[in-house]
Design a protein around this ligand. Structure first.
Ligand SMILES: [Zn+2]
Length: 158
């Protein structure tokens, strides 16, 4: 039975693997290319975007939360696809700042393109210098793979 269980575990595809631990500076991107549609889900420690992870205290911090939430509503602030694409209103989940020490921000973007996107430039590196590394889980019709990107790098969708 034990060997069967191990076999079952190792056969789990990349996209179903558990998300990496909450590490400041690191964020995770799930990218799914399905025909002319590209879905991008960003999961990040709130610290990467806000610079803090507790309830905002000062007016500066309260405004920062509002500003970041507004910036995330504009897909082009983070992702620039090399195709003609429209995006639906993103689903932005800002932290509720509970009692835990850490909190996350997640955003889902869906791009509907009229031609095939093959590359995604990442203006998010400039907008949010708190990102030091991105772990990308890429799923395309050609298969799945995991990539690590450093500041300034672009994402090839192949
Ligand atoms: Zn944290």
């Amino acid at each position: 039975m034990k060997s069967l269980l191990i076999m079952a575990l190792v056969s789990i595809p990349v996209m179903a693997a558990p998300h990496s631990a909450h590490v400041h500076g690191v964020a995770e991107l799930d990218v799914v290319v399905d025909g002319l549609q590209v879905q991008i889900t960003l999961e990040s420690p709130a610290d990467n975007l806000l610079g803090f992870e507790r309830a905002p205290k000062s007016d500066y911090e309260k405004n920062k939360v509002k500003d970041v939430a507004a910036q995330l509503q504009v897909p082009a602030n983070l992702f620039a696809l090399n195709a003609q694409c429209k995006s639906a209103k993103p689903a932005v989940t800002m932290p509720t700042f509970g009692k835990g020490e850490h909190s996350d921000i997640s955003v889902e973007y869906v791009f509907e393109c009229s031609n095939q996107a093959t590359q995604v430039k990442l203006p998010l590196w400039q907008l949010f210098p708190g990102f030091k590394s991105l772990t990308v889980n890429l799923a395309t019709p050609q298969g799945q793979k995991q990539l690590k990107l450093k500041p300034g790098q672009v994402l090839d969708l192949k």
